[in-house]
Design a protein. Structure first.
Length: 364
């Protein structure tokens, strides 16, 4: 594989940004990571990093105009409001995300002479899953611009810029992304912290969510594999693809496997807001960090907005869970066929957090 490819990964400290950097490095390509803070990779490899707030147009242009040899962008940056779910329909959230993308693409296309491809991230909210029932399974053609959403705006923007400047794009639509990255929009660290606090209090690790429902997920490493594939595959040019691990799951069925990895005892269902529980018991986290010699990291830095996302993902306090299934036939037929068992993906992510001493060990 050529080493002349140089990939700009935005949102470098996020769940998909970290995964993308790892996969790009493993592919033998050069990488420039961009976020406000530099992440520590699970592999501990180093990479070229720029600290840039993409909301700052002048700072972004000043940083990116010098990158004349960028060939690809893996755009994983995302601006979320403090009130996560409510922010999904906010005009301010939409405008900010659109501006951030422009602040990256415009200086790159003006100055990088061999720019070829950008991957952008979407998700099932493009089908309106947060607002109304969606087709089952939702196919890529089912995305209708019937609600305000920056996913539509961003895809239109990269399509038009690509036609004007001679580069291709791929829009990726993963369902419930999970992985090992702390401080991101990721339910896995929140589950780990929830389990640790319950163990510290002598409480069983019961499922805290609402009604039973069947869902799909996409492991961050798998999504990053799709990014590397899309960057070099003619079949991915100017297309959108749904992404899942390849199976379905139900939270209560994977709960025992996660409990075993974390060394906690399961128990009866305990309908609980994970966000509220972690807030109420945050003082215990400092005790757990000291007790087990964990890497010093505040509860919020570890969990990010994953606790709010967990309440949504677990269908806490609502009459039914999201009815969201997406077809991945288009992706398979285009040539990407890798899959992962979702239970394995959850276990692997939790094990990584344990191995890196971000969660307390399963046994003392």
């Amino acid at each position: 594989m050529s080493t002349t490819n140089k990939v700009l990964v935005t949102g470098a400290s996020g769940l998909l940004g970290v995964a993308a950097i790892e996969k790009v490095l493993s592919a033998g390509w050069d990488v420039v990571g961009v976020s406000r803070r530099k992440p520590v990779l699970p592999s501990d490899r180093d990479f070229h990093f720029l600290s840039v707030d993409l909301r700052d147009e002048k700072a972004a242009h000043a940083a990116f105009e010098r990158l004349t040899d960028i060939t690809h962008i893996a755009y994983t940056a995302l601006h979320e409001k403090p009130e996560l779910v409510a922010g999904w329909s906010s005009k301010d959230q939409i405008d900010t995300n659109n501006a951030m993308l422009r602040n990256v693409v415009e200086p790159i296309v003006r100055n990088a002479s061999n720019f070829q491809h950008i991957s952008i991230l979407q998700g099932t909210k493009i089908y309106g899953v947060h607002l109304h029932p969606i087709p089952i399974p939702a196919r890529e053609r089912d995305a209708h611009n019937d609600h305000p959403n920056f996913f539509f705006d961003q895809e239109t923007y990269v399509r038009e810029m690509g036609a004007q400047h001679g580069f291709n794009y791929t829009a990726l639509r993963p369902q419930l992304v999970t992985g090992a990255t702390p401080g991101a929009l990721n339910v896995i660290p929140a589950i780990g912290v929830y389990a640790a606090i319950r163990r510290e209090k002598g409480e069983p690790f019961g499922f805290p969510g609402g009604p039973s429902f069947v869902w799909e997920a996409a492991d961050a490493d798998l999504v990053a594999d799709v990014m590397v594939w899309a960057a070099q595959s003619p079949q991915a040019a100017n297309e959108a693809f749904n992404i899942t691990n390849g199976d379905v799951f139900e939270w209560r069925n994977v709960w025992p496997a996660m409990a075993k990895i974390l060394g906690v005892e399961t128990g009866p269902d305990m309908p609980t807001s994970v966000a509220a529980y972690l807030k109420e018991n945050a003082y215990l986290w400092d005790r757990i960090v000291t007790k087990y010699g964990l890497r010093s990291r505040s509860l919020r830095e570890l969990v990010g907005q994953g606790d709010q996302h967990a309440d949504f993902a677990f269908a806490y306090g609502v009459p039914e869970g999201p009815r969201a299934f997406v077809s991945t036939v288009k992706l398979r037929q285009a040539g990407f066929t890798t899959t992962i068992d979702t239970e394995d993906a959850f276990r692997n992510a939790l094990q990584s957090l344990l191995d890196h001493k971000l969660l307390p060990p399963a046994a003392t």
